[in-house]
Ligand binder design. Structure first.
Ligand code: HEC
Ligand code: HEC
Ligand code: HEC
Length: 141
C-alpha cells in the first residue's frame, strides 16, 4: 500500500513532465543550408553576430555572410495573409530557442525583425520628391 502512495505520484509526475517539457524546435530555414554548418550555427551563432557587428561598427567592414539582416531573409515566416511574422515572436526562429534557454537579448530593440519589403515605385518617387530641395522651398512657410 505504501509503495503505491509514493510510486504512483512519481509515475504521474514523470508522465506529465515528459508531456509538458518541450524541446525547442525552431522552424527550418529557407534554402538548402545555413551560412555555416548547422551544428556550428547552433553553437556559435552569437559569436558570428557579435563579430560581424564589431567589424561593421568599428571597422566599417560590411559583408553579408553573418549579417543580422541576412538571417531574416531565410529565418522569417509569413502568416496566412502573407505578411512577415517577427523572427522574435513566440514560436518563431530566434525566440523559440531563447525562450527555452532563458536567453534574453536586446538586439531587436533596434534591429528590424522582418525582412525589408521592397518599397513601391510611388513611395520611392514621393521620397525623392520630398528630399528635393526646390520642392521643400515651395512648401516651407
Ligand atoms: C542601440 C541600438 C542597437 C542595439 C541594441 C543593437 N544594435 Fe546592432 N547595430 C545598430 C546599428 C545602428 C548598426 C549599424 C547599422 C548599419 O550601419 O548597418 C548595427 C549593426 C549591427 C551589425 C552589422 C550589420 C549587419 O547586419 O551585418 C550586426 C551583425 C549587429 N548590429 C548585431 C547586433 C546584435 C547581435 C545585437 C544584440 C546582441 C545588436 N546588434 C544590438 C544598433 C543596435
Ligand atoms: C540562405 C538561407 C539562410 C541564411 C541567410 C541563414 N540561415 Fe540559418 N539556417 C538555414 C537553414 C536551411 C537551416 C537548417 C539547416 C539544417 O537543417 O541542416 C539553418 C539553421 C540555423 C540554425 C540551427 C537551427 C536548429 O534547428 O538547430 C541557427 C542557429 C541558424 N540557422 C542561425 C542563423 C543566423 C544567426 C543567421 C544570420 C547570421 C542565419 N542563420 C542565416 C538557412 C539560412
Ligand atoms: C537552436 C537554438 C537557437 C536559435 C534558433 C537561435 N538561438 Fe541565439 N542562442 C541560443 C542559445 C542556447 C544561446 C545562449 C548560449 C550561451 O549562453 O552560451 C543563445 C544566445 C544568443 C545571443 C547571445 C545573448 C547574450 O546576451 O549572451 C545572441 C545575440 C543570439 N543568441 C542571437 C540569435 C538570433 C539573432 C537568432 C535568430 C536569427 C538566434 N539567436 C536563434 C540558441 C538559439
Amino acid at each position: 500500500m505504501r509503495w503505491c502512495a509514493i510510486l504512483l505520484p512519481a509515475m504521474l509526475y514523470a508522465a506529465v513532465a515528459a508531456a509538458e517539457v518541450p524541446v525547442p524546435s525552431p522552424p527550418r530555414g529557407d534554402g538548402a543550408q545555413c551560412v555555416e554548418p548547422t551544428e556550428v550555427m547552433r553553437r556559435d551563432h552569437m559569436k558570428f553576430l557579435m563579430h560581424q557587428r564589431d567589424e561593421t561598427m568599428h571597422r566599417g567592414i560590411r559583408t553579408t555572410k553573418h549579417s543580422l539582416v541576412e538571417c531574416l531573409s531565410c529565418h522569417t515566416r509569413k502568416d496566412d495573409e502573407g505578411r512577415f511574422v517577427s523572427i522574435n515572436a513566440p514560436g518563431e526562429f530566434c525566440q523559440e530557442c531563447h525562450a527555452y534557454s532563458g536567453v534574453t537579448m536586446d538586439c531587436f530593440g533596434c534591429h528590424a525583425t522582418t525582412p525589408r519589403q521592397p518599397t513601391s515605385r510611388s513611395a520611392q518617387s514621393l521620397g525623392r520628391l520630398l528630399s528635393d530641395t526646390s520642392f521643400r522651398l515651395h512648401i516651407q512657410p
